[in-house]
Ligand binder design. Structure first.
Ligand SMILES: [Zn+2]
Length: 87
């Protein structure tokens, strides 16, 4: 690693959303996470590429980039917050 890259702030947003959604990490990648879609409820259809701070749902087709579309980021977090708690 000869070069140090500053992490863009939207990666931090993606990390928060990942944590809120409790996404699982793909076994073969440190940067790809998946889980239920907060928008359509699709089971394991929601994928996030953490290093690119972007997401896509293979069921409802929702996608976006965290930090570049603030309204969608807020919507994602709001949806995550509304996820019913179990137990
Ligand atoms: Zn979806």
């Amino acid at each position: 690693m000869g070069r140090v890259l500053a992490l863009p702030i939207h990666v931090g947003i993606a990390e928060k959303v990942r944590d809120r959604l409790e996404l699982d990490r793909m076994a073969f990648s440190e940067n790809i996470y998946y889980g239920p879609c907060p928008l359509c409820g699709g089971n394991k259809s929601f994928f996030m590429w953490l290093h690119k701070a972007c997401f896509h749902c293979y069921q409802c087709g929702a996608d976006g980039v965290f930090g570049r579309a603030p309204e969608s980021t807020i919507g994602m977090i709001a949806a995550a917050n509304e996820k019913p708690k179990e137990g």
